[in-house]
Design a protein around this ligand. Structure first.
Ligand code: PLP
Length: 429
């Protein structure tokens, strides 16, 4: 469910709106390309997820910042009670900047630096998700030197196939994430001996865009066993962090992924009577459908083999199609009439790479130079992965709420892009 729909626009035509905001009008104000986010959609997704676990008091939903870290978005979710899952000092700073209390922050990642650990300890975060023995030792050194204690969960790797794209699978033995299940009991015991460390939970995150509950079911069953094993050897497990990963619908011609309620039912079955506090780290499920990328057609190029629709957004703005072979629905911002014919076209950007495309061989109604398109379901892993490749300016982000909008990240100027770099002295004089 999202709040992007065709409605009667400022002109006569039916125009795609973000909540009450006409996207043709917004494009005229902001220029293209730009990301547009819907507050109501973000709030709804967070509520639906949190409500699914309302029966388990103490459950903490930590939105995974890396999916969409725009401060306007984070402020929206923070005000609604979300905790945050972070993977860097930068993300901790973002969470703190929007008023998320330290005790609602969980810190993941295989390569936390000692500086980042110290920063997180100062912020009083809820827990570190520790991914290796050397990291555990480093954290112990940092915490004890500061006279603090770090609450930790080991991230375990259940070696299950999440059935997702290989670049976003994280729970197989060959992936860099987590520690092997077999090693967990001895590492826990070690951790109880280390100064500055309080082992108190287990963490698991097996991948992203998981559209079938089976991998979750398998992984959660293993996790429950592990909790019981650890407890039976006298270790205290107070919380279990089940990570994120729930998939979302990107295309209408495929079966819809499980709903948060289905996922919650599975979690309750799998965790049974285990007396633990639950944490979750949903990212894509909260942000994906809450954002779109709006772009303008520059040229339509008809080659003997096919038609290319060349637009002003490119792989540097949205890398998912080329990085993950991801499908994004594309809608003309002005609604086509009911009997408009579609024809196949590649929707491509201006970047000098063959991999620069938003859609390949896509049936779309005839588009002309100047027309606007919306790339749907671009709210997660979109703007956060944008770059300046080809010296293109970072794409702006706009947050809509009802009839209002705020440019939460303005388009930089070319001057500021150049001013960020230096020519060495040795070229002067
Ligand atoms: C990326 C990530 C998430 C979020 O995954 P989604 O598929 O976006 O829900 C959660 N936890 C960790 C540790 C992650 O790295």
């Amino acid at each position: 469910m999202h709040h992007f729909a065709y409605r009667r626009g400022v002109s006569q035509a039916n125009v795609l709106h973000a909540e009450q905001v006409d996207l043709c009008a917004l494009a005229a104000e902001v220029g293209t390309p730009f990301y547009c986010y819907s507050t109501a959609t973000f709030e709804r997704h967070l509520d639906v997820f949190a409500d699914a676990f309302a029966a388990r008091p103490g459950t903490l939903v930590c939105y995974s910042i890396k999916a969409n870290s725009n401060l306007g978005v984070l402020a929206t979710l923070a005000r609604r009670g979300a905790g945050m899952d972070v993977v860097s000092e930068g993300e901790i700073r973002r969470a703190l900047a929007v008023g998320v209390p330290g005790e609602r922050i969980a810190f993941s990642g295989v390569g936390k630096t000692k500086d980042e650990m110290a920063f997180a300890l100062d912020a009083g975060i809820f827990a570190f998700n520790v991914e290796s023995e050397p990291e555990l030792r480093a954290l112990s050194q940092v915490a004890s030197a500061m006279g603090k204690t770090a609450r930790i969960a080991f991230r375990v790797n259940p070696d299950v196939d999440a059935g997702t794209h290989h670049k976003i699978s994280t729970g197989k033995a060959e992936n860099k994430f987590g520690i092997a299940f077999e090693l967990a009991p001895s590492l826990y015991r070690q951790a109880t001996q280390l100064p500055g460390i309080v082992p108190s939970g287990i963490h698991m995150h097996i991948g992203s865009q998981i559209t079938d509950l089976t991998p979750f079911r398998n992984a959660f069953a293993l996790l429950k066993e592990l909790v019981e094993t650890l407890r039976s050897s006298g270790l205290r497990i107070e919380f279990v962090n089940l990570g994120g990963g729930l998939g979302i619908p990107y295309r209408s011609d495929e079966p819809a992924p499980p709903l948060p309620a289905d996922y919650a039912r599975l979690v309750n079955e799998a965790m049974g009577d285990l007396n633990v506090r639950l944490l979750f780290e949903p990212g894509r499920m909260i942000a994906g459908n809450a954002g779109i990328l709006v772009s303008r057609v520059l040229y339509v190029k008809t080659a003997p083999e096919k038609t290319f629709t060349i637009v002003d957004a490119a792989m540097n703005d949205l890398i998912r199609p080329t990085l993950y072979e991801a499908y994004h629905q594309i809608l003309p911002v002005i609604e086509p009439g009911p009997d408009t014919e579609s024809r196949f076209t590649d929707v491509v950007g201006p970047v000098c790479e063959t991999g620069d495309y938003l859609a390949l061989a896509r049936p779309l109604p005839a588009l002309n130079a100047g027309d606007l398109i919306a790339v749907m379901t671009a709210g997660a892993y979109g703007a956060v992965q944008a770059s300046q490749y080809n010296s293109r300016l970072l794409v702006p982000e706009v947050l809509v709420s009802g009839e209002q909008y705020c440019v939460t990240r303005p388009r930089p100027s070319y001057e500021s892009m150049l001013a960020a770099e230096r020519v060495p002295d040795w070229f002067q004089g």
